[in-house]
Design a protein around this ligand. Sequence first.
Ligand code: NAP
Ligand code: ZN
Ligand code: ZN
Length: 358
Amino acid sequence: MAAPGAEPFTVSAYAAPSEGSPLAPTTIERRAVGPKDILIEIQYAGICHSDIHTVRGHWGPQTYPLVVGHEIAGVVTRIGAKVTRHRVGDRVGVGCMVNSCRTCANCRQGLEQYCLNGNVLTYGSKDRDGTITQGGYSTHVVVDEDFVLRIPKSIPLEKAAPILCAGITTYSPLRHWKAGRGKKVAINGLGGLGHMAVQIARVLGAEVTVLSRTPGKERDARRFGADHFHLTSEAAATDELANTFDLVVNTAPEAVDLNRLMPMLTLDGVWVNVGAFSEPMPISVFMTFANRLSFAGSAIGGIAETQEVLDFCARHGIAPEVEVISADQINTAYTKVVAAEARYRYVIDTTTISSPRA
Ligand code: NAP
Ligand code: ZN
Ligand code: ZN
């Protein structure tokens, strides 16, 4: 049978039927492959904590049913007539965005994640045809070729998937704030993002510290390349680290006590939040006066930079540590991610969506 895509077509997926309810098998429509579109047969989709925040309503109301998943890896099975960047059979990936305006000042700099006219996110976003985008917990997706990334040969697809969000989201701020030789960098939270951040910061040449609430993660932290490991649970422990780090990348998915943790930064130190939650975090201006500190945020990364991090991981032989699961294990995996028990990224074998394992 010819690959689907000449007409809109139905694919199998796992969706949240409503806010807070367990994900369940369903079918969704994908658009016909347009002249600049790529049809991808998805093989793996990573589970990002953002997927969980989204379907549990932490970030506000969504349109349901909703298929999440923005760490997508698969193979091209059909291309539109005007496609030039990818060919049938290519191993490709899709991250958090599937389109942007391409004309605003930020898009023109390759910063589509900060598109001034609103980019189209991989799920839960209004697409150019007015439909709501549906993500990677499904068997196929149709995406504009400019938002499709090449996966280097040396990276297995299941390990490539998490690089499309966890990898780029940590690579981008580490590069922007110049983590590298002579810099002391701390990563707060050793989860999906955190364990990529440690590996990337180490390759960039920084002295890397993991800050964690979980004593059992020390050995893993060191295996990923951390030079130091400290527990954040006790104030005494963080007080001892006062005036230490040039950069802290905070990956915690809930508010933390900035007034206790930011003083670990040294002169001109920067606290970058990538952890994404709606609760405000109080911040004492006097605390920031000491050592002229900055508080910053960073969202994913642009398309060119996402290709860069894939190539960087391939070149340096670094990859996420993944546990491949079948689709019927998604809800259990969500519970484990929230309990910080993932080691370190669950990745769904999306072929199990349409043909459940016996
Ligand atoms: P994850 O795998 O669950 O890892 C988060 C880690 O943070 C945990 O392993 C845990 O590490 C630590 N942590 C601290 N406080 C916690 C708490 N109250 N509950 C659970 N864990 C806690 O999550 P992730 O996929 O890395 O995502 C992390 C955050 O980044 C999420 O909020 C996600 O939405 C956000 N995110 C943002 C962007 C962006 O563009 N800015 C992109 C992707 C994800 P320890 O055990 O070491 O303490
Ligand atoms: Zn993500
Ligand atoms: Zn734009």
